[in-house]
Design a protein around this ligand. Structure first.
Ligand SMILES: [Zn+2]
Length: 250
């Protein structure tokens, strides 16, 4: 399904609860959202601090990833990015908006089908979607604009490496004061995925996926090209500045 750019979506606040987690208490706000007649979804805002009415609030817009967040899959970096964002908002007061848009919007079963094609034919994440007749990215973010407006948040600093997400939110009227890089260390299994994110979807990853070479040893041990600044602190050299955010995902 694709959404035209004039969609606004209908996003209704349902309830807020104070949730004890292994990182402390977060305010968890549930919503129901529908856009252009698509089946309704249930976005969740995970909030730390009293951020209503404020400017430059750190916000991560995070899309669900069952395989990494629940199963611990190493094929992508979603779980580590979510953990990084939850830690960041706890330290700086902010919010993670969690959207149920698995597999860049194609859904879980389609994502598994794309994985199968990657296994069998060696396709990358973009070509596997295309081989299945699926779009590269069908995520839509009207819920984000609506949630921010509902909470009276005047502007945000977006935690992302994805320029499409920045542009899409700005088109929806979200005022973005800055970008906070959200880069985690690559591992042996997600190196190709991160390479595709940077090379084909133009994410700002600054070659961080190069942390491992193809045999699985690190650039600390093997002198392969392009990895001279591979290491823990990637955010420093990411474009557009913002607060440095890193996590040791090993
Ligand atoms: Zn993922």
């Amino acid at each position: 399904m694709s959404f035209d750019e004039f969609s606004t979506g209908d996003t209704r606040f349902v309830a807020e609860t104070k949730l004890p987690t292994d990182r402390g208490f977060y305010r968890v706000r549930g919503y129901r959202h529908s856009v252009d007649g698509a089946p309704p979804t249930e976005p969740v805002a995970i909030v730390y601090g009293e951020i209503e009415g404020r400017e430059s609030v750190p916000v991560r817009v995070h899309d669900a990833c069952f395989t990494s967040e629940v199963l611990g899959s190493l094929k992508c970096d979603c779980k580590q990015q979510l953990q990084l964002a939850m830690e960041y908002v706890q330290e700086h007061d902010g919010m993670v908006i969690y959207l149920h848009q698995e597999g860049r919007g194609i859904g879980l079963a389609n994502k598994l089908a794309a994985y199968q094609l990657q296994d069998e034919k060696g396709l990358d994440t973009v070509d596997a979607n295309r081989a299945l007749g699926l779009p590269d990215d069908t995520r839509e973010y009207t819920a984000v604009a609506n949630i921010l407006e509902g909470m009276g948040i005047k502007s945000i600093r977006l935690m992302t490496n994805n320029p499409r997400k920045v542009a899409t939110l700005e088109r929806l009227g979200v005022k973005i004061d800055g970008r906070i890089p959200c880069i985690v260390q690559a591992n042996l299994f997600n190196q190709g995925y991160l390479e595709a994110k940077e090379g084909r979807m133009k994410h700002y990853l600054d070659g961080s996926w190069c942390y491992w070479d193809h045999s699985g040893s690190t650039f600390d041990e093997a002198d392969a090209g392009g990895g001279e600044d591979a290491g823990v602190d990637k955010a420093e050299s990411a474009p557009e500045g913002g607060d440095d955010v890193t996590v040791d995902a090993q």
